[in-house]
Ligand binder design. Sequence first.
Ligand SMILES: C[S@@+](CC[C@H](N)C(=O)[O-])C[C@H]1O[C@@H](n2cnc3c(N)ncnc32)[C@H](O)[C@@H]1O
Length: 224
Amino acid sequence: MDERSAVTRGRTLDHAAKVYDFCEPILLLGKQGAYNREIVALLELEPSQRVLDLGCGTGELTRMIADNLDAARGGQAVGVDAAAKMIQVARKKRGNDACRFDVVAAESLPYEDGAFDAVVSSLFFHHVDLELKQRTLTESFRVLPPGGKLVIADMHLPTTWMGWLVSWTSRWFFMQPQIAENIRGMLPGLMTEAGFSPPLIRAYYFGYIAIFTCQKPGGGHGTA
Ligand SMILES: C[S@@+](CC[C@H](N)C(=O)[O-])C[C@H]1O[C@@H](n2cnc3c(N)ncnc32)[C@H](O)[C@@H]1O
């Protein structure tokens, strides 16, 4: 029997699962590889680490993370998405043994406290409303140990007129108030409210997609 999608108010992409891998490189203007590599570099992975990828879609980033991990040493990249059809596509192209995909809503994670060394997400937070953004960040905090790293790449305050045009057009074209929360600059405040260290912006793509890093305080690690 087909696995069911997770129940969530988030804007899931079951309907787009078959075309997502065709569309995303176009939406990212051919920079998807460089963008994903930058996120992976910011994670500063060690082979034995466990990494959770929220709203993983068809799993490109999860697989790239898993390529840097070693299952024999306990390393694992777990990609979660509420859309079962996205996870089906991701599983079909499953990478190495360190790669796993689960149908899970990001705001309600079925993992133990401190189960992951790092949590990452790309282009997920603009798919969920304010309360789900808050719940997802609280859950991310819970599944990380002190010193655990959070890397979020998502829509944020536009920095160029083209970024402004694309992001606000997306908000109205897709009728997505969740996007407005992002591009009004709410994500960093939500991360600190959840308990994380003040996030740093490490890169900007297209004038409206920022990559943030921050940490769960403690653990004797350096700053994000
Ligand atoms: C734009 S896609 C991003 C996919 C991938 N991370 C990437 O960068 O290509 C957003 C994903 O978030 C998923 N999603 C939406 N609400 C969700 C939720 N509450 N929990 C988990 N995934 C969710 C959608 O199904 C979709 O696959």
